[in-house]
Design a protein around this ligand. Structure first.
Ligand SMILES: NC(=O)c1ccc[n+]([C@@H]2O[C@H](COP(=O)([O-])OP(=O)(O)OC[C@H]3O[C@@H](n4cnc5c(N)ncnc54)[C@H](O)[C@@H]3O)[C@@H](O)[C@H]2O)c1
Ligand SMILES: [Fe+2]
Length: 391
C-alpha cells in the first residue's frame, strides 16, 4: 500500500494579538488599492471594524463596506455583493466576521469572474475555472475555520439546501487570525462556534480517510485542536475577556480549519446542514446538539481513535478497555455541551412531518459519505430522533 499523502493549505496565516491591524500592509504588499469589506451588522455594532478601517486608511487604501450578510447566508447576498463590488470599482476583498461573512466574501470573489448561479457550484456540480480577486480573512468567531479553507457554505434559498462549494481557487490569500477579535463574542455564540470547531476536529480525526491512515499531518492538527478547545472553551465561555483562553480556542479552530479539509467530516455536519437550510438553526448549535449522538453511533467503528480523543479532552483512561475509553470521549463532549448551555433540539419545534425530508437531505450531504461507520437513511433518521427526544 502506498504511504503517499497530500496536504493542502494555500493561505498565509498571521496569528496573534492585533494581527488584524496588519490588513493595510497585507493589501499593499499584494498591490491592491480599493477593497470591499464584507461583514455583517453584528460585527459593526460590536465595534470590530474601526481599527481595520484605520489600518486601511493609514496604508492609503480606499474601501467600501458591504454589511448585509445574515447567518446561513443565502445566494441572493452573493449576487448583490458582486454587483456592489463591480459598481464601485473595487479590486480586492476583506472578510470580517464569522463563517457567514467569510463564506459570502469568498464566493462573491469567485462570482466576479465565473459564470452562472453560485448554487450550481455545489459539490458534484460545476467547477470554478477562474480565480477571483484576493480575499483577506479576519475571523471574529473561533469556529468554522473558513479563514483558511477552500470551502464555503451558501444556502440555496429555493431548495432550503446548504450548498458546499469548494475549489483550490477559493482559498483566501491571507488569514489575519487575531484572538482580540473574539474577546467580546457573546457566550452563546462562543459556545456554539467553539463546539463547531471541536466537531471539525473530532469528525476529521475519525473520518473514513483518517482511519485509513491517509493523512498523519492532519491527525496531528486535529487532535491538538481537540486538546486546545477541550481545555479552554469553558473559560472562554464563562470569562470571555480571558485572552489566553480565547487565544487557545482560536488556535484550535484554525488548526482544525487546516486539518479537516484534508480528510473530510462526518454525520454531525451531514445532519447539521439540513437543520440550517430548513430551520435556520445556527450551524454551531446544530453540530453541538448532534455531536454526542453521532460519536456514540460511531464508537464501534474506531474505539482507539475515540480513546485518543478522550485523552485529548483530559480524561483518564488508565485501566479501561478500548470501548470504555472511547465512551469517555462521548461523556466529555456531553459535559462540555451541558456546561455551555447549548439549547436542546426540541426547543426548535421541528415539525414531525419534516424529519424524513431532513434525513433525506442529510443522506445526500457529502459529509455522510466520509463518516467512519457506514450510515443508512434510517440511521440518520434515528440520530435525529435520538437528539430530539433528549432533554
Ligand atoms: N467554510 C467552511 O469551511 C465552513 C465550515 C463550517 C461552517 N461553515 C458555515 O459558516 C456559517 C457559520 O459561521 P459562524 O458559526 O462563524 O457564525 P456567523 O458568521 O453566522 O455569526 C453568528 C453571529 O455572531 C455574530 N458575531 C460574530 N462574531 C462576533 C463578535 N466577535 N462579536 C459579536 N458578535 C459576533 C454575527 O454578527 C452573527 O450574528 C454557517 O453558514 C456554516 O455552514 C463554513
Ligand atoms: Fe462546521
Amino acid at each position: 500500500m502506498s504511504d503517499i499523502f497530500k496536504f493542502l493549505c494555500a493561505t498565509k496565516i498571521v496569528f496573534g494579538k492585533n494581527a488584524s491591524g496588519q490588513v493595510g500592509e497585507e493589501l499593499t504588499a499584494l498591490g491592491y488599492k480599493k477593497t470591499m469589506i464584507v461583514t455583517d451588522k453584528g460585527i459593526i455594532n460590536a465595534g470590530l471594524l474601526k481599527h481595520i478601517e484605520e489600518s486601511l486608511t493609514a496604508s492609503g487604501i480606499e474601501y467600501i463596506v458591504y454589511d448585509e450578510v445574515p447567518p446561513n447566508p443565502p445566494s441572493a447576498v452573493v449576487v448583490k455583493g458582486v454587483e456592489i463590488f463591480r459598481s464601485n470599482g473595487c479590486d480586492s476583498f476583506v472578510a470580517v466576521g464569522g463563517g457567514s461573512a467569510m463564506d459570502a466574501c469568498k464566493t462573491i470573489s469567485m462570482m466576479t469572474v465565473n459564470d452562472g448561479d453560485i448554487n450550481e457550484y455545489d459539490i458534484g456540480g460545476k467547477t470554478f475555472t477562474k480565480k477571483g480577486p484576493s480575499v483577506i480573512t479576519i475571523p471574529t468567531t473561533s469556529g468554522t475555520g473558513s479563514e483558511v479553507t477552500q470551502w464555503a457554505v451558501i444556502t440555496d434559498e429555493k431548495k432550503h439546501w446548504k450548498s458546499s462549494i469548494g475549489s483550490p481557487l477559493m482559498a483566501p490569500a491571507v488569514a489575519l487570525v487575531d484572538p482580540m477579535m473574539t474577546l467580546g463574542l457573546p457566550p452563546a455564540i462562543t459556545a456554539a462556534t467553539g463546539i463547531d470547531a471541536l466537531t471539525h476536529a473530532i469528525e476529521a480525526y475519525t473520518t473514513r480517510d483518517a482511519l485509513n491512515g491517509a493523512n498523519p499531518m492532519a491527525d496531528i492538527l486535529n487532535l491538538e485542536a481537540v486538546r486546545l478547545i477541550g481545555h479552554n472553551l469553558r473559560e472562554a465561555y464563562a470569562r470571555g475577556g480571558n485572552y489566553e483562553a480565547r487565544k487557545n480556542v482560536m488556535l484550535g479552530s484554525t488548526l482544525a480549519g487546516v486539518g479537516f479539509p484534508q480528510v473530510g467530516l462526518g454525520n454531525a455536519h451531514a445532519l447539521a446542514h439540513p437543520l440550517g437550510g430548513h430551520y435556520d438553526i445556527p450551524h454551531g448549535v446544530a453540530n453541538a446538539i448532534l455531536l454526542p449522538f453521532v460519536m456514540r453511533f460511531n464508537l464501534i467503528a474506531c474505539p482507539g481513535r475515540f480513546a485518543d480523543i478522550a485523552v485529548a479532552m483530559g480524561e483518564n483512561i488508565e485501566g479501561l478497555s478500548p470501548m470504555e475509553a472511547a465512551e469517555k470521549a462521548v461523556a466529555a463532549v456531553e459535559r462540555l455541551v451541558k456546561d455551555t448551555n447549548i439549547p436542546s433540539l426540541r426547543t426548535f419545534n421541528i415539525k414531525d412531518s419534516d424529519w424524513s425530508r431532513l434525513a433525506e437531505d442529510a443522506s445526500k450531504d457529502m459529509n455522510s459519505q466520509t463518516n467512519p461507520r457506514r450510515t443508512s437513511y434510517q440511521d440518520l433518521l434515528d440520530l435525529f430522533h435520538q437528539a430530539n427526544n433528549a432533554e
